[in-house]
Design a protein around this ligand. Structure first.
Ligand code: ATP
Length: 329
């Protein structure tokens, strides 16, 4: 199947800064794809390269099989929802949504009908005559979404679109975006620094660090089978055991990840002293100093919690230790 988006050796350098550095990437049509990474890791630059707002320094980009490296943004079958929504305050909601159609020269009645359809799609029927200032944050976010969707893109690009919303609304919009993506059947490429958001929404996730992709995989792949210590730590704050210790425990000479929730207090091959304790509601997180490293342990509610200063033994199930012997490890 032809990829919706294909990057081959794509770099974007700004002077000495390698914002994107040798990225290969394939995104399938109809896929919900997350670009995940810390601030400054190159996610937004990658999205702007797909949109055509940036040109690669090296490499090539194709969109649905057609070479697009030098294609201007307005000729690409993609649209972007920006983090700040970028709505025009003096235009009402309908005219904001219809703006791209007006620029394209569509007739007024067709623009109006298409804008109202797009507003219905994001559950904003009847809001067309309001000004953006008279909307809530979540409603403004939907207008931005409708404005991108009215152009009927084959790929929708979303740059931290939920960043400005409070936690509850964010969670609600995560579910709605996922439903909308399934309903439309087009590819969504979503930039986020929030691993929970990426894991809960995406079909596949690319984890970025320093302009490079560390791993691409399903949410289960990057969470349960991280290929590098960076991915283990960034996606779900896993413990990373150094190669020397792993060698002693397993005979294998590579670092390994061990999820905080996979560790049990009781019998086991390691022991250490509890140094911190934090009650999180549904669980308690403790830290244990052992073998020169600090191990995070998540104890679900109801499990007994050792005191600070107590020495405990630590164990885990047979599959819990994930050896990272990938090329980036
Ligand atoms: P954030 O989550 O903070 O938006 P990001 O992962 O999206 O981060 P980018 O915005 O892609 O990161 O930036 C990657 C690197 O490239 C950063 O070091 C940034 O300062 C640099 N950069 C981005 N755009 C430019 C530019 N126009 N000129 C110079 N440097 C830039």
């Amino acid at each position: 199947m032809t990829s919706a988006i294909s990057f081959s050796g794509v770099s974007r350098h700004f002077g000495d800064v390698r914002a994107v550095d040798g990225v290969d990437l394939e995104i399938a049509p109809g896929e919900f794809f997350a670009l995940l990474g810390p601030s400054g890791s190159g996610k937004t630059t990658c999205l702007r390269l797909i949109a055509g707002f940036e040109q690669p320094t090296h490499g090539s980009i194709s969109i649905f099989g057609a070479e697009a490296t030098r294609t201007p943004p307005y000729r690409r079958p993609v649209n972007t929802v920006f983090q700040d929504y970028a709505l025009f305050p003096h235009l009402n909601v309908r005219d904001n949504v219809a703006y791209g159609l007006m620029v394209r020269g569509d007739a007024k009645s067709a623009r109006r009908a298409a804008a109202d359809d797009a507003l219905a799609l994001v559950a904003l029927d009847g809001f067309g005559d309001r000004k953006p200032a008279a909307l809530s944050g979540g409603q403004r976010q939907r207008v931005a979404l409708a404005r991108a969707l009215v152009m009927q893109p084959k790929v929708l690009l979303l740059d931290e679109p939920l960043g400005a919303l409070d936690l509850k609304l964010r969670e609600q919009m995560q579910g709605e975006l996922k439903l909308l993506q399934r309903q439309l059947g087009i590819a969504f490429v979503f930039v986020t620094h929030d691993q929970g958001e990426a894991l809960s929404m995406a079909d596949r996730v690319a984890v970025f660090n320093d302009g490079r992709i560390q791993q691409v995989g399903s949410p289960e792949d990057v969470y349960d089978r991280p290929e590098t210590p960076f991915v283990a730590d960034f996606v779900g704050a896993s413990n990373v055991l150094p190669a020397q210790l792993v060698h002693r425990l397993t005979g294998k000479d590579a670092p390994a990840s061990l999820r905080p929730e996979a560790i049990q207090i009781g019998d086991g091959p390691l022991s250490g002293k509890v140094s911190t304790q934090a009650f999180l509601g549904s669980a308690t997180r403790i830290e244990i100093e052992s073998e020169g490293i600090t191990l995070k342990v998540l104890l679900p509610k109801g499990r007994s919690v050792p005191e600070i200063g107590e020495t405990v033994s630590l164990g885990w199930g047979a599959d819990a230790l994930h050896i990272m012997d990938g090329r980036n490890g």
